[in-house]
Design a protein around this ligand. Sequence first.
Ligand SMILES: C[S@@+](CC[C@H](N)C(=O)[O-])C[C@H]1O[C@@H](n2cnc3c(N)ncnc32)[C@H](O)[C@@H]1O
Length: 232
Amino acid sequence: MLCNMSSLSKEKIIKSKNRVRDQGEVFTREREVKNILALTQATDNIFWKFLEPACGDGNFLVEIVRQRLMRIKQTPTYRPADKREYAIVKMISTIYGVDIADDNIAECKKRIMDEIFMFAPKKSSAAFLLAVKNILDTNIQLGDMLNGKDKVFFVEYGFHGAEYITKASVKRKVYALTSMENGDDSVSEEFPLVKLSAMEPINLAKYHPKPFGNIDLMSGQATLFYKESGNV
Ligand SMILES: C[S@@+](CC[C@H](N)C(=O)[O-])C[C@H]1O[C@@H](n2cnc3c(N)ncnc32)[C@H](O)[C@@H]1O
């Protein structure tokens, strides 16, 4: 018990007081993450889509990925290396995260990658490495989910063909968050069916009305905190 208490207190839940004030950034402890997830269906089906709109450095996403990877490991069908790689890639393609802070996005991707490589076959195939990188680059993204929703786009990955990393193909469709919210679900762009090993990266920045990368951290926060406290 003492041991648990001390490991709990060592978990870093804030990076700085300024970030708590400016970005509302307080991370969730692992114990709470696990308890909250146990109340949801996030890991019931390893291929259900899950979006975290303010994912931080990935506390929830990493735990979901970890639990789904365990399920893949325990499933006899996915024991052969090329089938396991296929399942991991398909599972990762259903995980989405957005955050306004680029360091959080980088950490989130790295943490998910670390989890994946603990479960991936020892000698990963080139197709697997390419797919994991391309998918994480589209699915874990910088964005302002309060004031920049028109700049947020998601890629849907549809898998076709035999369930082996070297044989499967993927079709990608890009959707604008704003049209998804309006319920029209119109596709911004559809990419042709390609083998996983031949997947070109998609740069979501090309769909943004203005060049990306200069999110004004304070713009969204002003709305958040002025409303609550009357001052910043
Ligand atoms: C309370 S933290 C939670 C992080 C993570 N979900 C967790 O539970 O550990 C809130 C996160 O929201 C992000 N954030 C704040 N405003 C945002 C916005 N307008 N759009 C997207 N993310 C935002 C912050 O950078 C921070 O990582």
